[in-house]
Design a protein around this ligand. Structure first.
Ligand code: ZN
Length: 478
């Protein structure tokens, strides 16, 4: 039988704020343990939380971008559980009146658009972090409360994804959207973006959902994709052999590439939610919503459409350029500086992204600014540089910060398009390759490519191949 996999994702994103959700402590990542805490986030008796307005508005922006219905009145609730990284023994979250519900996001998967429903999006605070000593024989664990109380956005998707690729596309689109909104940096390596997957399998064509397996400990998007692939196969095999898949929570073992059942005592979910008595409900007035809406930037989906309609770029180019806001900006600045859109797109997708990857840098740190790249592209378009030589020039520009004409001058790289300069070389090549000339005159087109290649080699790639081609046509018959 054929099976299909059903995936829903829960996403937690740290909101980009200077201070925590309910106190004034810094949210800076990587500080020494327990240096960013206060009585509020340590959960000492008698303290009172105060809502971080910026975090709340970040949440509103995300909910609007996800096309959610915004609650006219929202509130926080206590989610009670005991864990050493949670000093209050409850987490302030939202359960009864979520900030946003019933939204959606469109994701591009292999050239087609798929709409994924968003069940709800809400605000909460993060827990601290347990540090287990490297010595596995150690009889203690330490706790770092710097992260305790960091503002979190939770986005719960509907189980609308049908493959690992769709889950991958959803995660990239959501992360890209949150970065465009500047509400989260989505750095998975710093734990600012985390996913949990619920995965089930059913016979293709069936409309009932199978038992769900929840997978935790997914530390990268590729882990999510691999876990979905693994669970789809594992659950399919269980069903195929006549068994049933138990509903359970599992952990992804990244080293072994398998899911492992979690000990069941950690699964007990009786959170005894009740409204947070220390915080009043928040009324979201239409005026407030309007103000937040007016402050929303262009989002990736809109920008992709604009890149296709305004610049005439293929969908593929638009998707690659738009994924990062800064890369999209770099491309647009190249075009503003005069480069043709398709040429600029090719350069940004090729050399610029390669350079950024090698340097692990951001576009605004590149020594080659958009006007400099535009000037280089101009030299190619006007025939003064071949594409290959221009790539060499780009590497030198990126290393030294020099402008294209200076590099071309210093290295003597200008393309030779002057027939009088090339004629002697072409004649010499024809002389030295009589058999190829005979082949060419006998109508074998391959011979021409070979002869052009010889001239390119003799001029260290500087000859303009078009000019060389017509010279060969003119001189080979002699
Ligand atoms: Zn604090």
């Amino acid at each position: 039988m054929e099976y299909e996999v059903i995936v829903g994702l829960e996403t937690h994103a740290h909101l980009l704020t200077e201070s925590k959700m309910f106190c004034g402590c810094s949210t800076k990542f990587g500080s020494p343990p327990n240096t960013q805490t206060c009585p509020v986030c340590q959960g000492l008796p008698g303290v009172l939380p105060v809502i971080n307005r910026k975090a709340f508005e970040h949440g509103l922006k995300a909910a609007l971008a996800l096309h959610c219905e915004i609650a006219p009145v929202t509130q926080f609730d206590r989610k009670n559980y005991y864990y050493p990284d949670l000093p209050k023994n409850y987490q302030i979250s939202q359960n009864y009146n979520n900030l946003g519900v019933n939204g959606w996001i469109d994701v591009e998967v292999e050239g087609s658009t798929r709409r994924v429903g968003i069940w709800n999006t809400h605000l909460e605070e993060d827990a601290g972090k347990l540090e287990h000593p490297e010595d596995t024989g150690a009889e203690y664990t330490t706790v770092d409360l710097n992260r305790t109380g960091t503002p979190l956005l939770e986005v719960v998707s509907a189980p609308d994804m049908r493959s690992a690729a769709e889950a991958g596309a959803y995660m990239s689109e959501l992360a890209s959207m949150l970065r465009y909104l500047e509400v989260s940096d989505c750095k998975m390596e710093e734990g600012s973006l985390r996913f949990e997957a619920s995965i089930s399998v059913r016979p293709r064509g069936s409309d009932t959902l199978g038992n769900r397996v929840e997978v935790k400990n997914l530390n990268s998007m590729s882990s999510v994709v691999r876990a979905v692939e693994y669970e789809a196969k594992r659950q399919g095999e269980v069903l195929e052999s006549g068994g049933t898949v138990p509903s359970e929570t599992m952990l992804w073992d990244v080293a072994r590439g398998v899911t492992q059942p979690m000990r069941s005592k950690e699964e007990a979910k009786d959170y005894r939610y009740f409204p947070e008595p220390d915080l009043v409900p928040i009324e979201i007035t239409p005026e407030w919503l309007e103000r937040v809406q007016a402050d929303m930037p262009e989002l990736p989906a809109e920008r992709r459409r604009r890149f296709v309609s305004d610049y005439g770029l293929p969908q593929y180019d638009a998707a690659v350029l738009v994924e990062s806001k800064a890369v999209g900006n770099y491309f647009e600045h190249c075009v503003e500086a005069g480069a043709g859109p398709k040429a600029a797109s090719n350069w940004v997708m090729g050399e610029v992204l390669r350079e950024l990857k090698a340097r692990r840098g951001e576009p605004d740190e590149l020594a080659v600014t958009p006007p400099m790249l535009s000037e280089l592209i101009g030299l190619v378009t006007s025939g003064q540089l071949s594409n290959n030589i221009a790539k060499e020039v780009f590497v030198e520009m990126a290393a030294t910060g020099k402008k294209a004409p200076a590099v071309v001058e210093a290295k003597g790289l200008r393309q030779i398009s002057d027939t009088s300069e090339l004629e002697a070389t072409v004649r010499a090549v024809l002389e030295a390759n009589r058999p190829a000339v005979a082949d060419l005159n006998a109508g074998k087109k391959k011979a021409k490519g070979f002869l052009i290649g010889q001239v390119m080699r003799a001029t260290q790639g500087k000859a303009n191949p078009k000019v060389v081609g017509s010279l060969i046509d003119a001189l080979a018959g002699c």
